[in-house]
Design a protein around this ligand. Sequence first.
Ligand SMILES: *Cc1c(COP(=O)(O)O)cnc(C)c1O
Length: 801
Amino acid sequence: MFSNICEFKEAFLKRLEMTYGKTFPESTLNDQYSTLGHMIREYISTNWIQTNENYRLNNEKQVYYLSIEFLIGRLLRQNLINLGIDKIVQEGLEDLGIKLEDLEEIEADAGLGNGGLGRLAACFLDSLASMDLPGHGCGIRYKHGLFEQKIVKGFQMELPEQWLRHGHVWEVRKPDLAVDVSFWGKVESYEEEGRLKYRHMGGETVIAVPYDLPVVGYETSTVNTLRLWSAEPSSYKAGQDTMRHKRDTEAITEFLYPDDTHDEGKTLRLKQQYFLVSASIRSILRSYLERHGDIHRFHEHIAIHINDTHPVLAIPEFMRILVDELNLNWEDAWGITTNTFAYTNHTTLSEALEKWPVRIFQPLLPRIFMIVEEINERFCKSLWEKYTGDWQKIEQMAIVSHGEIKMAHLAIAGSYSVNGVARIHTEILKTREMNLFYQFYPEKFNSKTNGITHRRWLLKANQSLANLITATIGNRWIKEPHILSSLLSYKNDSALLTQLELIKKQNKERLADIIFQQNGITVDPNSLFDVQVKRLHAYKRQLLNILHILSLYNRIKHDDHFDMQPRTFIFGAKASPGYFYAKKIIKLIHSVGQLVNNDKVVSQKMKVVFLENYRVSLAEDIIPAADLSEQISTASKEASGTGNMKFMMNGAITLGTLDGANIEILEQVGKENIFIFGLSADEVMKYYREGGYYSMEYYHHDQRIKEVVDQLIDGTLPDSGDHFEPIYDSLLAENDQYFVLRDFSSYVSIQKQAGDAFSDKSSWLQMSLQNIAQSGYFSSDRTIREYSDEIWKIRQSILQK
Ligand SMILES: *Cc1c(COP(=O)(O)O)cnc(C)c1O
């Protein structure tokens, strides 16, 4: 292809002219981006083919990671870095007068996910490929990813996202690998060789067409595959309403459901889930059976991972094929199945645990429903053997009960491994939410603390910091992130700390420019950048943050002697379109922002900024510029969090509750290098169990609280109308379910402490360095190593050339 700048330029220009029939000066940025993208994909293709060939020929075990979301973001720069050609390309383009950054901006974020769960899946793929592990992703190619957020007068508006408008240069459509997926219809029984058999008849068949994306490992020849399925109408059948069939089919992969917690009780959502798993299982089995004849040894060669319960129908679908099509008996089929599947739980919020009404499920998936019922019957029978007579326990654990299918129960029964995503989360699963299952299947439960790929969140997103690290300790950390800890010996190296300070400052200046361009607000790069970016949800408590800001405003207004470390409060968050309360919080942030930013005195001390349309590429701009990382969920509610890890890796200090992975961050950095406040998970759960919390008492006894809560409805806030009454009511009438007022005073003091600490520059920089140095544990390389060794039993696959 090309191995130096000259060759690159020549190939680039030639290709540009051939593709667009234009001379270089006539070409647009779009033409240039697309030319470069296709060139790089071609550059990848030799290794991609080789990797697949290698997997076909060798006998090593492989894993398929099934996820309804992959929050990929942009790929151009990451691919260039991983291929080790970013310098050549950047300099070659520069010679032609093109800035690589400008081309990067052309690429649409592939936003096929809501938040942490989808981003985790994307980070895992990077780690798998970079560690030469045979692991592939299976997902859905939504035509529209997560909605684009526009803020109009402080309100969130949602626009359909259009990532495919100019095509997606990285994908390869594989129509010859398409498979059929069937819905509706009925089940017929018949006899064959003395056995009662079932087949699914009639109904609606759609075609699942795969689009493959290469997953390029860092400085290795491994290129794995992310296979995204798209629904297309099947060819005409007699009597079919063709237009309607086309519409119904295309609807399946039209939109990502914009909700990461509430269970969506929609037929279309169930259709999406079955579509993903049916197509994926079909294609996994096809490639397995091509390589090995013997279905009985499937689990020795393949592991299938289900990311949360959305893909859990893979279990009955796999059973269906083994029993109905490959003629296995139930016991053998179940044995293979329960040695193949592994399941990750992502939440303990009960409103997020998926349950499907039988009346919706059964007609759409009649044969799958029969299989789920059979699994349930046999499962309940095994419960009966252990807990004879304990009807109540069996009812609580059943997979089908009270007209509903409990997806998490199906996942646990059908998998050999069940894991939580941080230590505290797994403990809560074992001792509370899934305690009955833990007692029955203790050997299945294990914990795998989440991670993030440091190659995107540090090497790519913060290139100057990455360069400083490499200049200081060499580049081995890029492959072995635990080596970051050798930075610890530089804690008293003032030259290094000065450079660290300079880099943070430059990142803050860059973010300040973005803020000015997007919001027209001028912020001071010397102020403390205090950042909370994540999905908007009551449990994440953006409300606590904004009420604290309002109380700082009040202090500055009342007290001439009050002084504080100047701050810039930065928010970014999408609210699910149907989540009324979350949208009110967005409005509140804007309203308080207006009050603060337009006040001559207060705005000298602080600014409030809401950056719209939070997404991966924006996160990459924000996180390297943060000083303080707000991770303030109600303890016990945030399963892990991964935003917290990205901030830490970029030298921000965490200000958070003892929740999710914050606890493990505390263990890594030590209590001097993190700001912890608020109720513990045990205290929160005790309140839930035994009562004893009365938010009204905190309202009456703390003047600061009373003042900010009253201000929600007394007209203090600009353009407030009656918008904030629901928030006011949630805090008082509904007794503040997320303990915002309970934790308020603790939050105020820790914030004061953080502000004071920031004014001591050199000790702050030491804290910052300590955080970077200890962040290696939170690389998804560590997480994936644990999954590979302990759950999947897969090994590094060396390419045979
Ligand atoms: C990492 C990430 C998240 C998850 O953030 P949390 O703070 O863990 O909730 C959500 N959205 C985007 C775009 C991310 O990159």
